[in-house]
Design a protein around this ligand. Structure first.
Ligand code: NAP
Length: 327
Protein backbone atom coordinates (compact mmCIF):
# COMPACT_ATOMS: atom_id res chain seq x y z
CA UNK A 1 0.00 0.00 0.00
CA UNK A 2 1.13 3.56 -0.62
CA UNK A 3 -0.52 6.96 -0.37
CA UNK A 4 0.06 10.26 1.38
CA UNK A 5 1.96 10.28 4.66
CA UNK A 6 2.44 13.17 7.07
CA UNK A 7 5.43 12.85 9.41
CA UNK A 8 6.04 15.17 12.34
CA UNK A 9 9.62 15.06 13.63
CA UNK A 10 10.94 14.39 10.11
CA UNK A 11 14.14 16.34 10.89
CA UNK A 12 14.95 13.88 13.69
CA UNK A 13 16.48 10.41 13.74
CA UNK A 14 13.35 8.28 13.30
CA UNK A 15 11.49 10.72 11.06
CA UNK A 16 14.30 10.78 8.53
CA UNK A 17 14.61 6.98 8.37
CA UNK A 18 10.84 6.61 8.16
CA UNK A 19 10.67 9.13 5.32
CA UNK A 20 13.30 7.11 3.41
CA UNK A 21 11.34 3.91 3.93
CA UNK A 22 8.04 5.47 2.82
CA UNK A 23 9.63 7.05 -0.25
CA UNK A 24 11.07 3.65 -1.21
CA UNK A 25 7.55 2.23 -0.94
CA UNK A 26 6.16 4.94 -3.23
CA UNK A 27 4.46 7.20 -0.68
CA UNK A 28 4.14 10.96 -1.07
CA UNK A 29 5.80 12.26 2.08
CA UNK A 30 4.91 15.51 3.84
CA UNK A 31 7.13 16.59 6.72
CA UNK A 32 6.23 19.04 9.47
CA UNK A 33 9.26 21.25 10.09
CA UNK A 34 9.56 24.07 12.63
CA UNK A 35 13.00 25.49 11.90
CA UNK A 36 14.98 26.65 8.89
CA UNK A 37 16.82 23.36 8.13
CA UNK A 38 15.87 19.75 7.42
CA UNK A 39 18.28 18.25 9.98
CA UNK A 40 18.63 14.49 9.53
CA UNK A 41 16.35 14.67 6.47
CA UNK A 42 18.52 17.21 4.61
CA UNK A 43 19.44 14.57 2.00
CA UNK A 44 15.73 14.18 1.18
CA UNK A 45 15.25 17.82 0.12
CA UNK A 46 13.21 17.90 -3.06
CA UNK A 47 11.75 14.44 -2.45
CA UNK A 48 9.52 15.43 0.46
CA UNK A 49 7.10 18.33 0.80
CA UNK A 50 8.01 20.53 3.74
CA UNK A 51 5.16 22.00 5.76
CA UNK A 52 5.98 24.64 8.34
CA UNK A 53 4.51 23.89 11.73
CA UNK A 54 5.03 23.45 15.42
CA UNK A 55 3.33 21.10 17.89
CA UNK A 56 2.72 24.14 20.10
CA UNK A 57 0.57 25.83 17.45
CA UNK A 58 -2.81 24.31 16.57
CA UNK A 59 -3.36 26.51 13.49
CA UNK A 60 -0.09 25.31 11.91
CA UNK A 61 -1.02 21.69 12.59
CA UNK A 62 -4.47 22.13 11.07
CA UNK A 63 -2.95 23.79 8.00
CA UNK A 64 -0.46 20.93 7.63
CA UNK A 65 -3.19 18.28 7.85
CA UNK A 66 -5.35 20.19 5.36
CA UNK A 67 -2.47 20.49 2.90
CA UNK A 68 -1.20 16.91 3.27
CA UNK A 69 -4.64 15.22 3.17
CA UNK A 70 -2.86 12.22 4.72
CA UNK A 71 -3.72 8.53 4.63
CA UNK A 72 -1.14 7.96 7.35
CA UNK A 73 0.05 10.34 10.08
CA UNK A 74 3.15 9.55 12.14
CA UNK A 75 3.58 11.76 15.19
CA UNK A 76 7.29 11.46 15.93
CA UNK A 77 7.89 15.06 17.03
CA UNK A 78 8.51 15.65 20.71
CA UNK A 79 10.87 17.07 23.28
CA UNK A 80 12.68 13.74 23.42
CA UNK A 81 15.37 14.10 26.06
CA UNK A 82 14.61 12.65 29.51
CA UNK A 83 17.27 14.74 31.27
CA UNK A 84 15.91 17.94 29.68
CA UNK A 85 12.44 16.99 30.88
CA UNK A 86 13.60 17.23 34.51
CA UNK A 87 14.94 20.74 33.80
CA UNK A 88 11.88 21.80 31.77
CA UNK A 89 8.83 19.75 32.77
CA UNK A 90 6.38 22.41 31.60
CA UNK A 91 7.94 22.76 28.15
CA UNK A 92 8.05 18.96 27.83
CA UNK A 93 4.38 18.60 28.78
CA UNK A 94 3.51 21.36 26.31
CA UNK A 95 5.25 19.72 23.33
CA UNK A 96 5.42 15.99 24.08
CA UNK A 97 2.02 15.74 25.79
CA UNK A 98 -0.29 18.61 24.74
CA UNK A 99 1.41 18.96 21.34
CA UNK A 100 0.55 15.39 20.44
CA UNK A 101 -3.06 15.97 21.52
CA UNK A 102 -3.24 19.10 19.35
CA UNK A 103 -2.10 17.09 16.33
CA UNK A 104 -4.41 14.15 17.03
CA UNK A 105 -7.38 16.51 17.35
CA UNK A 106 -6.51 18.17 14.03
CA UNK A 107 -6.35 14.73 12.37
CA UNK A 108 -9.57 13.59 14.03
CA UNK A 109 -11.43 16.61 12.69
CA UNK A 110 -9.80 17.18 9.30
CA UNK A 111 -8.63 13.71 8.19
CA UNK A 112 -10.92 11.35 10.11
CA UNK A 113 -10.17 8.37 7.89
CA UNK A 114 -6.40 8.66 8.26
CA UNK A 115 -4.44 6.08 10.27
CA UNK A 116 -2.36 7.58 13.05
CA UNK A 117 0.84 6.36 14.72
CA UNK A 118 1.93 7.89 18.02
CA UNK A 119 5.54 7.45 19.16
CA UNK A 120 5.03 6.24 22.72
CA UNK A 121 7.96 5.33 24.93
CA UNK A 122 9.14 2.62 27.30
CA UNK A 123 9.79 5.50 29.74
CA UNK A 124 6.03 5.32 30.45
CA UNK A 125 6.71 2.05 32.32
CA UNK A 126 9.24 3.71 34.67
CA UNK A 127 9.12 1.69 37.87
CA UNK A 128 7.19 -1.29 36.50
CA UNK A 129 9.48 -4.34 36.60
CA UNK A 130 10.51 -5.76 33.21
CA UNK A 131 10.03 -7.36 30.82
CA UNK A 132 7.21 -5.04 29.82
CA UNK A 133 4.49 -5.68 27.25
CA UNK A 134 1.46 -3.64 26.16
CA UNK A 135 -0.48 -4.93 29.19
CA UNK A 136 2.11 -3.81 31.76
CA UNK A 137 1.10 -0.99 34.11
CA UNK A 138 2.41 2.49 33.42
CA UNK A 139 4.41 4.19 36.16
CA UNK A 140 6.60 6.90 34.61
CA UNK A 141 9.63 8.14 36.51
CA UNK A 142 10.32 11.30 34.53
CA UNK A 143 8.37 14.29 33.22
CA UNK A 144 9.14 12.95 29.72
CA UNK A 145 7.54 9.59 30.54
CA UNK A 146 4.51 11.35 32.05
CA UNK A 147 4.08 13.61 29.00
CA UNK A 148 4.34 10.61 26.66
CA UNK A 149 1.70 8.85 28.75
CA UNK A 150 -0.69 11.78 28.39
CA UNK A 151 -0.39 11.54 24.60
CA UNK A 152 -0.64 7.75 24.75
CA UNK A 153 -3.93 7.90 26.68
CA UNK A 154 -5.36 10.37 24.21
CA UNK A 155 -4.68 7.90 21.39
CA UNK A 156 -6.46 5.21 23.42
CA UNK A 157 -9.37 7.59 24.08
CA UNK A 158 -9.73 8.48 20.39
CA UNK A 159 -9.62 4.83 19.37
CA UNK A 160 -12.09 3.66 21.99
CA UNK A 161 -14.47 6.64 22.07
CA UNK A 162 -14.46 7.79 18.45
CA UNK A 163 -13.40 4.66 16.56
CA UNK A 164 -10.32 6.41 15.20
CA UNK A 165 -7.69 4.14 13.58
CA UNK A 166 -4.85 5.09 15.90
CA UNK A 167 -2.01 3.12 17.47
CA UNK A 168 0.81 3.78 19.88
CA UNK A 169 4.11 2.04 19.34
CA UNK A 170 5.71 1.73 22.77
CA UNK A 171 9.29 1.74 21.63
CA UNK A 172 12.37 1.06 23.73
CA UNK A 173 15.63 2.93 23.11
CA UNK A 174 16.81 2.97 19.52
CA UNK A 175 19.92 4.57 18.17
CA UNK A 176 21.85 5.15 14.95
CA UNK A 177 24.52 7.42 13.52
CA UNK A 178 21.70 10.02 13.33
CA UNK A 179 21.11 10.01 17.09
CA UNK A 180 21.60 13.39 18.73
CA UNK A 181 24.75 13.83 20.81
CA UNK A 182 22.52 14.59 23.79
CA UNK A 183 22.00 10.82 24.14
CA UNK A 184 24.53 8.52 25.79
CA UNK A 185 24.95 6.14 22.85
CA UNK A 186 26.07 8.87 20.45
CA UNK A 187 28.03 10.68 23.15
CA UNK A 188 30.04 7.48 23.65
CA UNK A 189 30.60 6.61 19.98
CA UNK A 190 31.56 10.18 19.10
CA UNK A 191 33.97 10.41 22.03
CA UNK A 192 35.58 7.09 21.08
CA UNK A 193 36.11 8.40 17.55
CA UNK A 194 37.51 11.71 18.78
CA UNK A 195 39.84 10.00 21.24
CA UNK A 196 41.09 7.74 18.45
CA UNK A 197 41.82 10.83 16.36
CA UNK A 198 43.57 12.62 19.24
CA UNK A 199 40.87 15.31 19.40
CA UNK A 200 39.70 14.52 22.93
CA UNK A 201 41.29 12.76 25.91
CA UNK A 202 38.45 12.04 28.29
CA UNK A 203 34.76 11.12 28.34
CA UNK A 204 32.55 12.06 31.30
CA UNK A 205 29.57 9.80 31.92
CA UNK A 206 26.88 9.36 34.59
CA UNK A 207 25.81 5.90 35.74
CA UNK A 208 27.89 3.23 33.98
CA UNK A 209 25.66 0.54 35.47
CA UNK A 210 22.42 1.91 33.92
CA UNK A 211 20.97 -0.69 31.56
CA UNK A 212 18.92 -0.08 28.42
CA UNK A 213 17.18 -2.14 25.77
CA UNK A 214 18.94 -0.68 22.71
CA UNK A 215 17.91 -1.33 19.08
CA UNK A 216 18.72 0.23 15.73
CA UNK A 217 16.42 3.08 14.63
CA UNK A 218 15.98 1.43 11.23
CA UNK A 219 14.47 -1.60 12.96
CA UNK A 220 12.26 0.77 14.98
CA UNK A 221 10.81 2.47 11.89
CA UNK A 222 10.26 -0.88 10.18
CA UNK A 223 8.14 -1.83 13.18
CA UNK A 224 6.18 1.43 12.83
CA UNK A 225 5.28 0.55 9.25
CA UNK A 226 4.21 -2.96 10.24
CA UNK A 227 2.05 -1.56 13.04
CA UNK A 228 0.32 0.77 10.59
CA UNK A 229 -0.43 -2.19 8.31
CA UNK A 230 -2.25 -4.18 11.01
CA UNK A 231 -5.84 -5.07 10.26
CA UNK A 232 -7.05 -3.69 13.59
CA UNK A 233 -5.29 -0.86 15.45
CA UNK A 234 -3.42 -2.36 18.37
CA UNK A 235 -0.71 -0.89 20.60
CA UNK A 236 2.46 -2.94 20.86
CA UNK A 237 5.83 -2.71 22.58
CA UNK A 238 8.87 -2.82 20.32
CA UNK A 239 12.34 -3.56 21.57
CA UNK A 240 15.14 -6.09 21.36
CA UNK A 241 14.30 -7.94 24.57
CA UNK A 242 17.86 -7.71 25.87
CA UNK A 243 19.61 -5.04 27.90
CA UNK A 244 23.18 -3.81 27.97
CA UNK A 245 24.81 -1.53 30.50
CA UNK A 246 26.38 1.80 29.64
CA UNK A 247 29.68 0.14 30.57
CA UNK A 248 29.07 -2.56 27.94
CA UNK A 249 28.25 0.14 25.40
CA UNK A 250 31.49 1.95 26.22
CA UNK A 251 33.53 -1.28 26.09
CA UNK A 252 32.04 -2.17 22.66
CA UNK A 253 32.55 1.30 21.20
CA UNK A 254 36.11 1.72 22.46
CA UNK A 255 36.88 -1.94 21.70
CA UNK A 256 35.87 -1.39 18.06
CA UNK A 257 38.81 1.03 17.86
CA UNK A 258 41.19 -1.06 20.02
CA UNK A 259 41.05 1.59 22.74
CA UNK A 260 41.18 0.81 26.47
CA UNK A 261 38.11 2.66 27.75
CA UNK A 262 39.32 2.57 31.39
CA UNK A 263 42.07 5.02 30.48
CA UNK A 264 39.58 7.60 29.16
CA UNK A 265 36.21 7.35 30.93
CA UNK A 266 35.47 9.23 34.16
CA UNK A 267 32.24 9.26 36.11
CA UNK A 268 30.58 12.60 36.76
CA UNK A 269 27.79 12.58 39.40
CA UNK A 270 26.33 15.74 37.81
CA UNK A 271 25.33 13.57 34.84
CA UNK A 272 23.25 11.12 36.89
CA UNK A 273 19.48 11.18 36.31
CA UNK A 274 17.52 12.28 39.41
CA UNK A 275 15.95 8.82 39.32
CA UNK A 276 16.52 5.82 37.04
CA UNK A 277 13.74 3.62 35.65
CA UNK A 278 13.69 0.27 37.46
CA UNK A 279 14.44 -2.14 34.64
CA UNK A 280 13.18 -1.37 31.17
CA UNK A 281 13.32 -4.32 28.81
CA UNK A 282 10.81 -5.22 26.12
CA UNK A 283 8.92 -8.45 25.91
CA UNK A 284 9.56 -8.83 22.16
CA UNK A 285 7.11 -11.72 21.68
CA UNK A 286 4.05 -9.51 20.99
CA UNK A 287 5.59 -7.70 18.04
CA UNK A 288 7.11 -10.99 16.87
CA UNK A 289 3.80 -12.85 16.97
CA UNK A 290 1.52 -10.10 15.68
CA UNK A 291 3.75 -8.37 13.16
CA UNK A 292 6.30 -11.05 12.34
CA UNK A 293 8.82 -8.46 13.47
CA UNK A 294 12.33 -9.22 14.58
CA UNK A 295 15.30 -6.85 14.67
CA UNK A 296 17.84 -7.08 11.84
CA UNK A 297 20.64 -5.38 13.78
CA UNK A 298 22.40 -6.75 16.86
CA UNK A 299 23.72 -4.49 19.63
CA UNK A 300 27.25 -5.04 18.34
CA UNK A 301 26.24 -4.16 14.73
CA UNK A 302 24.63 -0.98 15.99
CA UNK A 303 27.62 0.18 18.02
CA UNK A 304 30.09 -0.63 15.25
CA UNK A 305 28.04 1.28 12.67
CA UNK A 306 27.82 4.31 14.96
CA UNK A 307 31.55 4.27 15.75
CA UNK A 308 32.46 3.95 12.06
CA UNK A 309 30.14 6.83 11.13
CA UNK A 310 31.52 9.06 13.89
CA UNK A 311 35.08 8.24 12.93
CA UNK A 312 34.40 9.18 9.30
CA UNK A 313 32.53 12.33 10.29
CA UNK A 314 35.14 13.55 12.78
CA UNK A 315 37.99 12.75 10.42
CA UNK A 316 36.35 14.62 7.56
CA UNK A 317 35.73 17.60 9.86
CA UNK A 318 39.40 17.61 10.76
CA UNK A 319 40.50 16.80 7.23
CA UNK A 320 42.39 13.79 8.59
CA UNK A 321 41.83 10.97 6.10
CA UNK A 322 45.01 9.21 7.21
CA UNK A 323 43.53 8.55 10.63
CA UNK A 324 40.50 6.82 9.10
CA UNK A 325 42.61 4.68 6.84
CA UNK A 326 44.65 3.57 9.82
CA UNK A 327 41.65 2.65 11.98
P1 NAP B 1 14.66 13.20 17.77
O1 NAP B 1 15.75 12.77 16.86
O2 NAP B 1 15.02 13.94 19.02
O3 NAP B 1 13.65 14.08 16.91
C1 NAP B 1 12.65 14.87 17.52
C2 NAP B 1 11.90 15.60 16.46
O4 NAP B 1 10.86 16.37 17.08
C3 NAP B 1 12.77 16.59 15.67
O5 NAP B 1 12.39 16.53 14.30
C4 NAP B 1 12.36 17.94 16.25
O6 NAP B 1 12.51 19.02 15.37
C5 NAP B 1 10.88 17.67 16.50
N1 NAP B 1 10.29 18.65 17.41
C6 NAP B 1 10.69 18.95 18.66
N2 NAP B 1 9.90 19.90 19.18
C7 NAP B 1 8.98 20.19 18.23
C8 NAP B 1 7.89 21.11 18.17
N3 NAP B 1 7.59 21.92 19.16
N4 NAP B 1 7.14 21.13 17.03
C9 NAP B 1 7.45 20.33 15.97
N5 NAP B 1 8.49 19.47 15.97
C10 NAP B 1 9.23 19.40 17.09
O7 NAP B 1 13.77 11.96 18.22
P2 NAP B 1 13.75 10.45 17.68
O8 NAP B 1 14.81 9.68 18.37
O9 NAP B 1 13.71 10.47 16.20
O10 NAP B 1 12.37 9.92 18.26
C11 NAP B 1 11.16 10.01 17.48
C12 NAP B 1 9.98 9.87 18.42
O11 NAP B 1 10.04 8.59 19.06
C13 NAP B 1 9.94 10.89 19.54
O12 NAP B 1 8.61 11.24 19.80
C14 NAP B 1 10.53 10.15 20.73
O13 NAP B 1 10.08 10.69 21.95
C15 NAP B 1 9.99 8.77 20.47
N6 NAP B 1 10.81 7.70 21.04
C16 NAP B 1 12.11 7.64 20.71
C17 NAP B 1 12.88 6.62 21.26
C18 NAP B 1 14.35 6.51 20.93
O14 NAP B 1 15.05 5.76 21.62
N7 NAP B 1 14.84 7.18 19.89
C19 NAP B 1 12.30 5.66 22.09
C20 NAP B 1 10.94 5.75 22.38
C21 NAP B 1 10.19 6.78 21.83
P3 NAP B 1 13.81 19.99 15.37
O15 NAP B 1 14.77 19.35 14.40
O16 NAP B 1 13.27 21.29 14.92
O17 NAP B 1 14.35 20.01 16.78
Amino acid sequence: MSGRALITGITGQDGSYLAELLLEEGWSVFGLVRGPGLGCAAHLAGRIEVLEGDLRSAPTLRAAVERARPDHVYNLAAQTCVRTSFRDPVGTAEVTGAGAIRLIEAVRELAPRARLYQASSSEMFGSTPGPQNSGSPFAPRSPYGAAKLQAHWHVTTCRECYGMWAVSGIQFNHESPRRSEAFVSRKVTRAAARIQLGLQAQLELGDLGARRDWSHAQDAVRAMRLMMAQEEPRDLVVGSGETHSVEELVASAFGALDLDWRRHVVQDPALLRPVEPVHLVADPSEAGDRLGFSPRYSFQDLVEEMVAADLAREASLQDAPAAVAGA
